[in-house]
Ligand binder design. Structure first.
Ligand code: NAD
Ligand code: MG
Length: 375
């Protein structure tokens, strides 16, 4: 019997890569549900090929043979009886309720949607623990960590070092970065991804989100989660154990491998689809510290993480609003970090243990961000 997979956000970068992977694993998996926000054409083509039991289109009614519409379709897909694994490939806060619903239903969530683990990490991890659901990371750095720690006890873990490519502005001056255009920010050197995460990689907000994600997934304190800039994106993460030994997971950059591993963990299955690693082709690997002048928003994220509670919720919300304004041409690149700083200054961090508290903090931070960005 094959395993039923739901893909939330099937029309995006991770969603499409997931279907690539599943196309090579048809004996093991079937597509049980697909959802998209508004790309009805692509969703329809995917549904015609995979014939899932459930198809949902958030924005666009119940045309295109979709069985569900509106935001409710995300939870319907995530909890559908034919679904055992939910790949959450939605971008941003919109993915939260579906993750919670899938975990409450005891399903495995293969989580690409890191924003919701940042906005509500305590709530999401507690829901998984209490309801028997499981969160397995799709993010390449966290997949690397998971691959290194599988089979070990958490008391054996000492420190994580996540790698960051440094994005397109790694060699720029801070002054030039502040005025970077949308086209320049979207020119990522090593990964081809959706627009929001590509901008997050240019500000290094993505890595701050990943530090918080790692804290919640692996239970380490923040001072044991470090980041190093590694422009070649070949080493995905290092894991240091209590005896001082360090393991790393390496490979040419592709999301297909972490996606497949999130589906099959802790087992590995044969897959001939991805490019095999060759150290000679990879060549020289370099590592450098994160420059706080070049990536001010990264430090803001770490500070919010250390503050705890709803500070991370506010950090994520402010960033989502600022990135959208930047992509719409309404604010300059440097304004993203400035907006986040203003929101965090004004935000009174509180308890983030309930959905209500998280949603209130998220909405308040979004309001503050819109005000701060355009002032
Ligand atoms: P994307 O923009 O390419 O795709 C986003 C998908 O989410 C689309 O299918 C869209 O229909 C859906 N979506 C967007 N807004 C929605 C809403 N309000 N309600 C319901 N569905 C909505 O993004 P992506 O690059 O695939 O990234 C998805 C997630 O994976 C993000 O959280 C990102 O940080 C994470 N991630 C992506 C990569 C990558 O290589 N692309 C790597 C690591 C992590
Ligand atoms: Mg990543």
């Amino acid at each position: 019997m094959s395993i039923g997979v739901a893909i939330l956000g099937s029309t995006g970068s991770i969603g499409c890569s997931t279907l690539q992977v599943l196309g090579r694993q048809r004996d093991r998996f079937r597509v049980a549900a697909l959802t998209a926000h508004s790309n009805a054409d692509l969703l329809q083509r995917q549904a015609a090929e995979w014939k899932p039991a459930y198809v949902g289109l958030v924005n666009g009614g119940s045309g295109v043979g979709a069985r569900g519409s509106g935001v409710a379709c995300l939870v319907e897909a995530a909890t559908h009886p034919d679904v055992e694994i939910v790949v959450n490939a939605i971008v941003g806060a919109a993915g939260l309720e579906a993750t919670l619903a899938a975990l409450r239903a005891g399903k495995r969530v293969a989580l690409a949607n890191k924003e919701t683990l940042v906005m509500a990490g305590e709530l999401v991890t507690r829901t998984a623990r209490e309801c028997g659901g499981e969160i397995v990371p799709v993010d390449s750095e966290h997949s690397a960590v998971l691959q290194c720690v599988t089979g070990r006890q958490s008391a054996e873990l000492a420190r994580l070092i996540l790698t960051a490519s440094g994005g397109p502005f790694r060699t720029w001056t801070p002054e030039r970065v502040a005025g970077a255009t949308v086209d320049e920010a979207l020119r990522h050197p090593t990964w081809k991804m959706g627009k929001k995460i590509t901008v997050d990689s240019a500000t290094l907000v993505n890595k701050a989100l990943e530090v918080i994600e790692a804290h919640f997934l692996f239970g380490l304190p923040y001072d044991a989660v470090e980041v190093v800039v590694h422009p070649q994106s070949v080493v995905h993460a290092f894991v240091e154990f209590v005896d001082g030994s360090v393991l790393a997971q390496v490979g040419f950059p592709t999301m297909e491998l972490p996606i497949l591993y999130a589906l099959t963990h802790p087992v590995r299955v044969p897959d001939a689809g991805t490019r095999r690693f060759d150290p000679v082709v990879a060549g020289t690997l370099t590592f450098e510290p994160v420059s706080s002048d070049l990536y001010p928003a990264y430090g803001l994220g770490r500070t919010a993480a250390a503050t705890g509670g709803t500070a991370a919720t506010a950090f994520n919300a402010a960033n989502e609003v600022a990135v959208e304004l930047f992509l719409d041409g309404k604010i300059r690149f440097g304004r993203i970090g400035e907006t986040i700083a203003r929101v965090l200054d004004a935000h009174h961090a509180g308890d983030a243990a309930t959905l209500e508290a998280v949603l209130v903090a998220d909405a308040e931070a979004r309001r503050l961000a819109r005000e701060a960005a355009c002032r």
